[in-house]
Design a protein. Structure first.
Length: 114
């Protein structure tokens, strides 16, 4: 994740890394809450998918640029490999979809309350 300053200077805020099972890779679109925190999801990797939570994540970056993993997807429910990023309703709940998992392993639609 990065930000661009008024002069066009790029500042890296966080580098995603799938090694060691930390926060996965391929972050998807960001949404912002009223406090200025950013929420997003990462895709995960097939080789790490399993009970270690390598099937993707939901994360939050606060206004101080601290990244926190809020949820780790594992095999099965509520799904694996979140797609397209997240959507937020007026109550602050987050929604998304996964490419796999669920009862037929064809993906799921999920709701998450931060």
């Amino acid at each position: 994740m990065f930000k661009l300053g008024k002069t066009g200077k790029e500042t890296v805020l966080h580098t995603f890394n799938s090694r060691g099972g930390r926060d996965r890779l391929s972050p998807k679109g960001l949404i912002q809450d009223a406090a200025g925190s950013l929420y997003g999801s990462t895709l995960g990797t097939a080789d790490l998918c399993g009970t270690r939570g390598g099937c993707g994540t939901i994360f939050k970056m606060d206004v101080h640029h601290t990244l926190t993993t809020l949820f780790r997807f594992t095999i099965g429910r509520p799904g694996e490999f979140p797609l397209l990023g997240l959507f937020r309703d007026a109550a602050g709940r987050l929604y998304g979809a996964t490419a796999a998992g669920g009862s037929s392993n064809n993906g799921t639609v999920f709701e998450f309350t931060p």
